[in-house]
Ligand binder design. Structure first.
Ligand code: ATP
Ligand code: MG
Length: 389
């Protein structure tokens, strides 16, 4: 059987020049997703078509399901534009989809070539009648258990019954670049995913404090970056910052330690901002969620944000932890994130940290150190992390 993969995207939201840019980026990303598999990606009237090579459609679908901007996917039969052949294929698709059960269905038709006769409503009606006659299935136009799709293009017709959801969002790259502060936790990889889903391409910065934080923590972050790279369909540039000296200096300046996490986070922001600018990234991204822990109260988030000269995006801000966990599971980062290795933020921190760190209090401690020298003294190891297979 001759088959092809039909890709739908959120065309209704797109207008003018945006649309052309979006479609170009989507084609590029689809090509990258199926690279090396001898498949051909083609753009037609409000759809993308992927012609599979010898590997067959099924294997490609798994890769295409991960491309942002894709709203849904169908593996379709490819037919000549002959109406009887189309009706027969609709019956075959309905037979396969219902698998012997009395499932309700409807038929939806669409013609890219408006000169094709009969018109779409008539095609749906006739195909539906054939299915009722051959299989005795009930029609339900409002809540069908499956839908048979018929699309008539300029060269072929496509018939399918399967609709596989895509991740939605916008193709990676169309919204510009961001720098993710990536820890080994659950939240920051999800934050990175959410920004990629809105069209951002991502590089990441991880703050590492050896020997207090072990090599295992760094390996965990590298594993997470690999998973994010797979969603991005491109390498992630990971900057590993040696944060030990800066953390010690801040600890010595604030022996009581109640402001420690806020001080560390402000320093992270300064260093990440420098790296972001090198990468031409326009914003920083963190996994902070409002009031989840002491450092994430509204007051502390403002005090942290004050250190930034770039916008800080916090896409998990309004999530419950359980919502973030559900996304982490879906995108495949959860299992890695829960490996029990430390993060540098828990170093030299008292049991009851300050939940209302005023800017004055923080700045008074910062005045005891040379902030610029501390930030400049953080050495950075640059890694290129390829997508996980
Ligand atoms: P996560 O699960 O992402 O670690 P969290 O809920 O544990 O988040 P924190 O540990 O307070 O919260 O960190 C808040 C945010 O600060 C993280 O989401 C991340 O963006 C950033 N961050 C914390 N530690 C590091 C680190 N070692 N390197 C880079 N970014 C970090
Ligand atoms: Mg954490």
């Amino acid at each position: 059987m001759n088959e092809l993969i039909l890709i739908r995207y959120g065309e209704i939201f797109l207008k003018g020049g945006n649309r052309a840019m979006f479609e170009r980026a989507l084609v590029d990303n689809l090509r990258r997703a199926v690279q090396g598999q001898n498949a051909r990606v083609e753009r037609t009237h409000g759809r993308m078509l992927v012609w599979p090579g010898e590997a067959g459609a099924k294997k490609l679908v798994r890769a295409l399901e991960r491309v942002f901007g894709v709203s849904s996917i169908s593996v379709a039969r490819v037919l000549p534009r002959e109406i009887e052949a189309i009706y027969a294929a609709a019956v075959d698709e309905a037979r396969a989809a219902s698998a012997g059960q009395k499932l309700s269905f409807k038929v939806e038709s669409r013609r890219a070539d408006k000169r094709f006769f009969p018109a779409s409503p008539e095609i749906s009606k006739q195909a539906g009648a054939r299915i009722v006659e051959a299989l005795g299935l009930p029609v339900d136009l409002h809540h069908p258990q499956f839908t048979v799709g018929i699309e008539v293009g300029f060269e072929h017709a496509f018939v399918f019954a399967e609709h596989i959801p895509g991740p939605g969002g916008l193709p990676c790259g169309v919204s510009g670049k961001v720098e993710l502060l990536l820890s080994g936790g659950i939240d920051s990889p999800v934050a990175g995913y959410l920004m990629m889903k809105r069209g951002c391409s991502l590089s990441a910065t991880y703050f590492h404090s050896p020997p207090y934080v072990g090599e295992k923590s760094k390996e965990k972050v590298i594993a997470l970056a690999k998973k994010l790279a797979a969603w991005q369909l491109a390498d992630v540039r990971l900057s590993v910052v040696n944060f030990t000296a800066a953390q010690k200096a801040l600890r010595d300046a604030d022996p009581e330690g109640r402001l420690a996490v806020v001080l560390y986070r402000r320093m992270m922001i300064r260093v990440a901002e420098r790296i972001a600018r090198e990468h031409k990234a326009q914003a920083l991204v963190t996994g902070e969620a409002l009031a989840q822990v002491a450092s994430q109260t509204l007051t502390n988030l403002s005090t942290i944000g004050e250190a930034a000269g770039l916008e800080i995006l916090r896409p998990c801000l309004g999530h419950d932890k359980l919502e973030t966990i559900a996304i982490a599971r879906k995108i495949g980062t959860y299992e890695t994130s829960i490996e029990p290795y430390d993060d540098c933020c828990s170093l030299f921190v008292p049991e009851h940290p300050e939940t209302r760190a005023s800017l004055e209090a923080v700045q008074s401690i910062e005045s005891r150190v040379d902030l610029d020298a501390l930030a400049a003294g953080c050495t950075v190891e640059k890694l290129t992390i390829p997508p996980a297979r």
